[in-house]
Design a protein around this ligand. Structure first.
Ligand code: ZN
Length: 236
């Protein structure tokens, strides 16, 4: 939207921008930036000045999160749809299975793609993986691949999986700790109330909502968007 307001839009710019934003690889990024410069040098000047990290290859590998849009929230909402009516305690248990399910889906997709990669051991724990006509240097001990996907997402890329499977290792041992049950439990671990920090804020009382008759509606009402501009009914 910022680019659009700056006067850079259209199908070509949109395509170049999103290739640059979605790449995990500085080489691909620089190539796309060259094309954007050809399109309009001022667009490159603006993008260079952006302090926000908007391309995946710039993301901090320590975070292990490669989302650059909020689309995954919509996907997550779709996944949780069938769980929304569950009692609170059961609902608390479900998201663990959901994140596990989402991770498993990704691994399955990358495993299928890994069948088309070929590798050569280079000694010293390093491998060269061929994917179509591109060759990537890869190490499974440091969980790094030249394509950049493994470092940024925290989940082995297809090149890593190819070697992991061929060596009869388990992919689960090569997934970042963030995605494992222990990290999940640690995130929601609650210390004993006696150890909670002191605070001097007013006591928060539950809202005085009166439950109306009948079954609660499942579809959200999109706020602030005129009815005729809404996609479908209810959910925007
Ligand atoms: Zn890779």
């Amino acid at each position: 939207m910022n680019c659009k307001n700056g006067g850079w839009s259209g199908e070509l710019f949109h395509k170049l921008f999103w290739i640059a934003a979605n790449t995990y690889n500085p080489f691909v990024y620089n190539k796309e930036i060259e094309k954007i410069t050809e399109f309009d040098p001022n667009a490159t000047k603006y993008l260079d000045k952006c302090t926000e990290k908007w391309s995946r290859h710039q993301f901090d590998p320590k975070v292990c999160c490669d989302h650059n849009t909020t689309d995954f929230v919509e996907s997550f909402n779709t996944l949780t749809k069938s769980y929304r009516d569950l009692p609170v305690l059961t609902l608390f248990e479900e998201p663990h299975h959901l994140t596990e399910y989402a991770r498993q889906e990704l691994i399955e997709l990358r495993s299928a793609e890994s069948r088309f990669c070929y590798y050569t051991p280079c000694g010293g724990g390093e491998y060269e993986v061929r994917d179509d006509h591109v060759h990537f240097p890869m190490r499974i001990d440091t969980k790094k691949c030249g394509c950049g996907v493994w470092q940024v997402s925290g989940i082995p890329c297809k090149h890593g999986l190819r070697v992991i499977y061929n060596q009869r290792l388990s992919h689960e041992d090569f997934v970042a700790e963030f995605f494992k049950g222990a990290a999940y439990k640690q995130t929601y671990a609650m210390p004993d109330p006696t150890q909670w920090p002191e605070y001097s804020l007013p006591t928060i009382k539950p809202p005085g909502i009166k439950r109306s008759a009948g079954r609660p509606p499942k579809q959200r009402r999109g706020g602030g968007v005129p009815w005729k501009l809404r996609r479908g009914r209810g959910i925007v």
